[in-house]
Design a protein around this ligand. Structure first.
Ligand SMILES: Nc1nc2c(ncn2[C@@H]2O[C@H](COP(=O)(O)OP(=O)(O)OP(=O)(O)O)[C@@H](O)[C@H]2O)c(=O)[nH]1
Length: 304
């Protein structure tokens, strides 16, 4: 069978892209929309470093590896410093930086600050992505495009909506066009590179933060003690630790008579079961590790 529609090996492109932008501009939603629902983990492997690959987009023209850049935090704690240096090293290595700016908010000082930071990464090609165009008028989008084009000389500016799936294919092909010629960097059936345990830990952490994000932004961490397949039935048993910094935070997580922790477990299970393709028994133990963010040894154990 000859397949003429697919580019030959010489045309194929592959590389790393990261999305930056203020909190809440839609980076995560865009990542998920581009990668699709198929977060299939095909080859669980032990995690040695903190993985930052969020997803892989497979296209006949190339392979787009989306790398996560954790939010830029004021480095008041050791964790903050490490996250910041992670941001620096991620941005220094990617092929393309996609700067996300929402269509429904005017450019602000936060956007200008991030834009100036991008000068430090001359190697990366810079693309502006106008997000959430479904929630702005045509005129607003037009004005935003104009304001953004004055920030710098972008490789391209692409308006999208992740939730209404507008222009996602255009964004994918524009990003691939800017990647270096390369062979596939990952097998076609792989959509994420995170170790399965770290992915599960992250889902538990997200479930625990839901609704209380403002009260406990970076004060919680999750580790997996054990994860095993029961031999007598289709069930994976997961034993997790959830670390908080103070007793008061423990109370928030657990809730009256354990009610909130029960909800956290149920929410996390609903995400983990499709990921593992199996029913899950989830045991979460909430522990107080005072000032874990400042303790280098503990940070290491928690995987930072
Ligand atoms: N209308 C609309 N809302 C969107 C779109 N993309 C994201 N949102 C919403 O914007 C909010 C923030 O989206 P996230 O994807 O969490 O934003 P983020 O930039 O990853 O945020 P941080 O993790 O805080 O950096 C959520 O409530 C999303 O549902 C979009 O295309 N259209």
């Amino acid at each position: 069978m000859t397949d003429t529609g697919t580019p030959g090996p010489d045309d194929f492109r592959a590389g790393f892209v990261t999305f930056v932008g203020r909190p809440n501009v839609g980076k995560s939603t865009l990542t998920n929309a581009l990668v699709g629902e198929k977060v299939a983990i095909t080859s669980p492997k032990p995690q040695t470093t903190r993985q930052t690959i969020r997803g892989i987009v497979h296209d006949p023209a190339g392979q787009l590896i989306l790398v996560d850049t954790p939010g830029v935090h004021r480095p008041r704690t050791l964790l903050g410093e490490r996250l910041n240096s992670l941001v620096q090293s991620t941005l220094g290595e990617v092929d393309v930086i996609g700067f996300c700016l929402p269509a429904d908010e005017k450019l602000g000082p936060g956007d200008r600050f991030i834009n100036e930071q991008l000068d430090q990464y001359p190697k990366a090609k810079k693309v502006a992505i106008v997000t959430k165009i479904d929630s702005a008028s045509k005129q607003q989008v037009g004005e935003q495009l104009l304001a953004i084009s004055e920030l710098r000389d972008w490789e391209t500016v692409v308006p999208v909506s992740a939730t209404s799936r507008i222009q996602l294919d255009v964004l994918t092909s524009e990003l691939i066009r800017l990647l270096p010629r390369s062979e596939r960097l990952y097998p076609d059936d792989q959509y994420t590179d995170e170790g399965i345990e770290s992915r599960v830990a992250e889902l538990i952490r997200e479930a625990a933060l839901e609704g209380v994000r403002d009260e406990l932004p970076h004060s919680i961490a999750v580790t997996i003690d054990d994860m095993r397949q029961r031999e007598d039935k289709e069930l994976v048993e997961i034993y997790a630790n959830l670390f908080v910094e103070r007793d008061s935070q423990k109370g928030i997580i657990i809730g009256p008579k354990g009610s909130r922790l029960g909800e956290v477990g149920a929410r996390a299970r609903a995400e983990i079961e499709p990921l593992l393709g199996s029913q899950v028994y989830l045991n979460i133990r909430v522990k107080v590790a005072k000032d874990w963010q400042r303790d280098p040894k503990l940070l290491g154990r928690l995987g930072f």
